[in-house]
Design a protein around this ligand. Structure first.
Ligand SMILES: Cc1ncc(COP(=O)(O)O)c(C=O)c1O
Length: 384
């Protein structure tokens, strides 16, 4: 039976971070990156089975979950990994913090193409490294791209690491093979490691397939640490499971050392059960989801172009996040402005881009339609 993504599930009173922020107010939450859909039936069934067992002791990574991940990477991406390379963490952010601590020394530089998901900045600061932010090139009405001239100019000699978001939150790019290869060549020339956050893998539109950076060639794999998780694609971020794929044994040891006493080596048995089911059986659901999200994206893009042309939207190739240039509204704080008009968006300033807002369209069509009505009302009010 096809999945009913139109079904509205009331998330109020579930301590949802996204919905709690506006509890009791007439503000529609379209901010933090989780979706208002139930996880796939295969995941729910696996969780029920695990709950029915009734004992929830400390749990090692189950061999069956490891096998499901290894097989998934091989079958979907033709990427063969050694199970030893896997480091499980309770989230991708935790993984990125470990990578930043594991590479180089305090005071070293880390290169970050921006704008980007705000915890990238936190990972650099927490590890007492120096942030070198290099803006992505923005072509009006066209896609965002790496600025290789700026990367070459701004990367200092003591840079050890580059943080990549792929697909990119917030600009919605699914980087192409050519772009990834050019970036990897740059990193090899400058002797940089690359930490590739691929949490949005599997949410590509228009027939695109995710290309894991490390799968492009053995030389690229050697200098890449990949972070993946089922959290975004299968909508289970609250269960807290991610994994780093770390081919280099020394970096792996340093990551494990950096996590000692801080990041638990044991994850929840429920998280493992859900992750295993998602990787083993979730593909048909994922395809349905991507088709639904793509239609939401099209509805959004058509609406913005027709009804609120002062808002600028680059093509969204992946993710369920729309990165909207609202500078033409002339509002000093556009996120606050939209909130006052009943729409809860993310403030671009925290991503390094004041004047922008981020809208989450991972929701039933009726919710999106209501969000767009509010968006239009806010823009009309700004015209007066
Ligand atoms: C690019 C990116 N990385 C990491 C995360 C958070 O991952 P986790 O909750 O597994 O730490 C998000 C969540 O929005 C994200 O968009």
């Amino acid at each position: 039976m096809p999945t009913d993504f139109d079904r509205i599930i009331d998330r109020r009173h579930t301590a949802s971070e996204k919905w709690e922020r506006y509890a009791g107010c007439d503000v529609l939450p379209m901010w933090v990156a989780d979706m208002d859909f139930a996880s796939p039936p295969c995941v729910l069934e696996a969780l029920h089975r695990r709950v029915d067992h009734g004992v929830f002791g400390y749990t090692l990574p189950p061999q069956s979950a490891v096998d499901a991940i290894v097989t998934h990477l091989l079958e979907r991406y033709h990427w063969r990994i050694d199970p030893e390379w896997l480091v499980f963490t309770p989230g991708v952010n935790r993984g990125m913090n470990l990578v930043c601590r594991a590479i180089g020394e305090r005071g070293d530089a880390i290169v970050v193409p921006t704008p980007v998901y705000p915890p990238f900045f936190g990972a650099v600061a927490n590890s007492q490294r120096r942030l070198i932010d290099v803006p992505l090139a923005r072509r009006t009405g066209e896609r965002w791209e790496f600025d290789f001239v700026a990367l070459a100019d701004r990367t200092p000699a003591d840079a050890r690491l580059l943080l990549l978001c792929h697909p990119h939150n917030p600009v919605g790019r699914a980087w192409t093979r050519a772009e990834l290869e050019q970036l990897a060549t740059f990193c090899r020339e400058r002797d940089l490691w690359i930490c590739s956050d691929e949490i949005h893998a599997g949410l590509e539109f228009d027939g695109r397939e995710h290309l894991p950076l490390a799968a492009l060639s053995p030389e690229i794999a050697e200098r890449t640490i990949t972070l993946q998780a089922p959290s975004k694609t299968f909508n289970l971020p609250g269960l807290g499971l991610a994994f780093a794929i770390v081919p280099d044994a020394a970096i792996r040891r340093r990551m494990l050392g950096a996590r000692a006493g801080l990041v638990p080596p044991d994850l929840s048995p429920l998280a493992y059960a859900a992750a295993e089911a998602a990787h083993r059986e979730g593909e048909p659901w994922r395809r349905e989801l991507v088709a639904y999200l793509q239609a939401n994206r099209d509805t959004l893009a058509t609406f913005v172009a027709r009804e609120t042309p002062e808002l600028k939207l680059a093509p969204i190739e992946a993710t369920y996040l729309a990165w909207i240039d609202a500078t033409a509204l002339g509002q000093p704080d556009p996120a606050k402005y939209f909130e006052q008009h009943g729409l809860g968006l993310n403030d671009g300033a925290s991503f390094g881009a004041p004047g922008f807002v981020r809208l989450n369209f991972g929701c039933p069509r009726a919710t999106l339609d209501e969000g767009l009505r509010r968006l239009r009302a806010a823009v009309l009010a700004a015209r007066r």
